[in-house]
Each structure stands twice: as C-alpha cells, then as structure tokens.
Design a protein around this ligand. Structure first.
Ligand SMILES: Cc1ncc(COP(=O)(O)O)c(C=O)c1O
Length: 389
C-alpha cells in the first residue's frame, strides 16, 4: 500500500484566514443540567482523545491481527487507515461510486478473492450524509464480517431513532463539531463485542494544556482580540525558548497520523464539558443553514459543482465541492488563505472516482462559527478563482 504524497507547495501556503473547524464561543453554549444532546453518541461515557484511537479500539475488539483483513473505502484519509496498519492486518480498498457510496459488486469480488478472512468492513458517512446500509449490512452478516460505521463526519442524524445504527460498531470525531482540542467516541452495538474499556486519566498539566488550546484557537481567528494578542506573545516567547508546542494531540509516533501511545488516554475534561453544555439545537441549525447558503450560491458555478444537496436528516460536517481544474484552482485558493481541506494523501488504488476526488474534491467549512460575511468571503474567493482558472 502506498499513500500519495502531500502537495509540495503546501508549506508555502499562508495560514488560512478562517478556521476550518469550529471555535469556542459562548453563543453555542447552553449551560443547564436539562441541556439535551441530540446525538446517539450521547450514550457513550468513554471519551478517547480522537476518532482514530476509538477506531483502533474497535478494530481490537473485532480481533484484527496479521491473520485477517479489513475493507476500507478507496476514498479515505490517512488517519482512518493507520490504526489498521498498526494492527498489521491486511488492507483492501473497495471502490466507491461517483456519489461516494460503496460499490457493492467490488466489495463482493474482494470478499471472494481475499487471501485472508475479512473481519471488518468500514463505511464512511462522508460529510455527514448517511449511506444506505441495508444491503451492505446483509452482505456483512452473511459473510461473518463486522460492519463499522465511520461517523467522524456524522455526529448527528436527524429524524432518526436514536440507536438505530446498522453497524456492529460506530466511531465519531466530535472535534469536527465542537470547539474542543481532543475527543473520539466508540459505540458498540453488537453485544458480542461488548467489553469494558478503561482509559488512563490525563494529568492536571495536560488538562490545562487542553484548556489553553481551546483559548488559543478561539482568540486567534478571524483576527486576534486582546486575549489573542496576549496568547500570540506567549507563543512567541515559547518558540523563542524552544518550549515544545502545546497541543494535546501531538506526541511523536512512527506513524504520520496515528499515535498508539495516545490511544489509551482519556479525552480532556474541557472537551467533555463543552460537549455536555453545547447548544446542540443551535449548532445543528447553524450548520444546516450555512450549508444551504453555500449550496444556493455555488450550485450554478461554472467549473465546479457541489457533491450533495442537503437532505432532511443531515447535519453537515463540511461542504464538498468538485472542481474541474484543481492544479490551478486549488493552489490559487490556498494562496488567498481560503480554509480548505483535501484528502491528497489517500492510498493508491484502482478506484477511478477516489483518485479523481483526491485532487478535485474540496472540503469547505460550513461550521457554526462562520458568520454570513465570512461565508460570503469564501464564496467570492471561490467564484472569482473558478472564473479565472
Ligand atoms: C472519515 C474519517 N474517519 C476518521 C477520522 C479520524 O478522526 P480523528 O481526527 O478524530 O482522529 C477522520 C479525521 O479526519 C475522518 O475524516
């Protein structure tokens, strides 16, 4: 397996002018014991440090080792795959269709051809849009394969009975929905995989670092306020004195994205607190409104098209935009400081759609912290750039 390299020009891109992920604001808190979480992940008591650690635990529960294999979608990010590499299990990539739904025929073919027994199939609900799982769940059941729903982009699902997940396991990455420095969740729906998992608690110092990290991001975007300026000064002093950068998510690892040493650590108190006291209703409404606004304004754009229209059940993670001429358009947008992610690093495979989306599919933010004028700025940069290139 070979991951594609990250764009060489990336180190020359300026810092994005807006945050890709949500920022702390009192506006999105609802400090009341009656505050209700509107996600099925609410039931989880155990908070991991990130989604990849939750996935690593899930794969261990299924029993992954070098004696078996796993199926991942060919469109993926490196952080999803590395826990499986760490477990030395064989990895196969199944093809995805143009709308990123799993290609069932290819999955069936892989099950027949695999050299080692396939233990798990991972399905991703990309950008918060849920995949239809009936056929896949049946196929998995028939072949004794555990189904893992990767809900890293899909923390919420509207109009859905809580707990009606088709997967044996599901993971979430709440950092994508809340202004928190760490956090990962694992739901075990299959009682035969149920096991008590105890995580190591974090030191007081690490808890403080997590709190500082929240403040740091919240006060630097879009422009540093008074607190932001103080933090910038502290950061300058710290780099001058060669103090290690404060980031609860960074400890050295042989992997690029996954750190096995962190997988048994608990998420921070500040992450738990913010999730507990966030106004879920406001976050949901805001994300849906922002997505729809981007969709209405970009749907008729020449040289690009949104991958999905909003559905009733979706609370979007990001806005997926397919562009026609990535070589020039992507670089031009990054140079203007437009906040964009792209899964450039995905592994080589024979899935033409995934290889195409590797460069052509942009992930634009639509989170709750973005104001209307910030969305307008993103859209005008996109429209202007696409019309010129
Ligand atoms: C689809 C998907 N799964 C899993 C992960 C891992 O989540 P985390 O960043 O919380 O480890 C990501 C992260 O970007 C993701 O996009």
């Amino acid at each position: 397996m070979k991951f594609h390299p990250i764009n060489e020009q990336a180190q020359n891109f300026p810092k994005p002018k807006l945050s890709v992920l949500p920022l702390f604001s009192f506006k999105f808190l609802a400090i009341s014991v009656k505050n209700k979480c509107l996600s099925s992940f609410n039931k989880n008591r155990t908070l991991y440090t990130d989604g990849r650690s939750a996935l690593a635990h899930g794969l261990q529960l299924v029993g992954h080792s070098d004696k078996n294999a796993i199926l991942f979608p060919a469109y993926h990010c490196g952080s999803m795959i590395e826990p499986a590499i760490w477990l030395t299990t064989d990895i196969y990539f199944y093809k995805v269709n143009q709308d990123l739904s799993p290609n069932l025929n290819h999955i069936q073919q892989l099950i027949l051809q695999a050299k080692k027994p396939i233990k798990t199939l991972v399905v991703v609900h990309y950008f918060g849009f849920f995949q239809h799982l009936d056929d896949i769940a049946q196929l998995c059941k028939k072949n004794g394969i555990a189904l893992i729903e990767d809900c890293a982009h899909a923390y919420y699902r509207l109009n859905n009975k809580i707990g009606s997940c088709a997967g044996d396991l599901a993971i979430a990455s709440p950092r994508k929905f809340f202004p928190i420095p760490d956090g990962g969740l694992l739901t075990i729906n299959n009682p035969t995989l149920q096991k008590e998992i105890t995580l190591e608690s974090r030191s007081f110092k690490t808890q403080l670092k997590a709190l500082y990290s929240c403040l740091q991001t919240a006060t630097l975007y879009p422009k540093p306020g008074v607190l932001g300026k103080v933090i910038t000064k502290i950061e300058r002093l710290r780099t001058k004195n060669h103090v290690t950068k404060i980031d609860v998510a960074s400890t050295p690892s042989a992997f690029l994205w996954f750190n096995p040493e962190k997988m048994n650590a608990q998420g921070s108190y500040i992450a738990k607190w913010i999730m507990r006291f966030s106004s879920h209703q406001r976050i949901i409404e805001c994300r849906r409104k922002n997505y729809q606004y981007l969709f209405d304004n970009l749907k008729n754009q020449a040289n690009a098209h949104p991958l999905y229209a909003l559905t009733d059940e979706t609370v979007p993670y990001m806005f997926p935009l397919v562009i026609n001429n990535p070589e020039q358009q992507f670089v031009a947008l990054k140079k203007q400081g437009v906040p964009i992610w792209r899964w450039e690093e995905l592994a080589e495979s024979d899935c033409a759609n995934s290889q195409h989306y590797r460069t052509h599919l942009l992930h634009l933010p639509c989170h709750q912290s973005l104001s209307r004028s910030e969305l307008d700025w993103i859209m005008s940069c996109v429209a202007d750039t696409l019309s010129k290139h």
